[in-house]
Design a protein around this ligand. Sequence first.
Ligand SMILES: Nc1nc2c(c(=O)[nH]1)N[C@H]1C(S)=C(S)[C@@H](COP(=O)(O)O)O[C@H]1N2
Ligand SMILES: [Mo]
Length: 245
Amino acid sequence: MITRRGLIVTGGATLLTGCDAWSGSPVLLSAEEAHRYLQRSITGRAALAREFRPEQRSPRFRTNGTANPDTPEYAALAAGRFADWRLQVGGLVRQPLSLSLAQLRALPQRAQITRHDCVEGWSAIGKWQGPRLETILQRAGLRDGARYIVFHCADVFGRRRIPYYESIDLVDAFHPQTILAWAMNDAPLGIGHGAPLRLRVERQLGYKHAKYVMRIEAVASLAGIGAGKGGFWEDIAGYEWYAGI
Ligand SMILES: Nc1nc2c(c(=O)[nH]1)N[C@H]1C(S)=C(S)[C@@H](COP(=O)(O)O)O[C@H]1N2
Ligand SMILES: [Mo]
């Protein structure tokens, strides 16, 4: 019996219980359907990324992309050790939020030691800690129609000052390992790695892990954001929006 998913295998058939079952009669799955269901929960998008032991962490974890956002606004926040920084949560939510670092640290936390894989061909293992994105989205309350979560970052690129941003769908937003990390390797996140807050979305490549997150926006469509492809590198270099690993 797999209690976590409420899946009970009884002889030839399988009973699917839990939330779904409360509203109606239990669903009877054939052996083949049960197998497919189990297979999905192990290998599908709900599957967990591998987690490592503390001693497996990389001695050096390089930074990539922006290592210090070049704007007066960010410089002022960093000078004040992010005491005036607030994470804004808005868009298709019932209750817009404005959260300080202290408030984010007071939420239930998750810590995980995972491998970061950059599309440029390097990897590093580090420990990340912060609240789950799901916890924050639940407090804000997604409205009907919300389909993507957009992360607006503090850093800008080039002479046209194009802001970095990224987006994920709700499957990844509610994935248990999707967190907003304020700590790395048991210390507050350094500026190079995205202080004060960066996304960890462990089933996707490095460029999806938005650093310097300032604002989270729930949207129905990515069409109105940036050039419409769902992320900075997606817009300017044709990177895949879904970068699953
Ligand atoms: N805001 C922002 N987030 C970003 C980037 C960036 O340039 N700006 N680079 C991305 C890329 S390509 C990678 S590999 C990782 C690097 O994270 P690190 O600097 O902590 O190694 O951040 C990602 N998130
Ligand atoms: Mo990357």
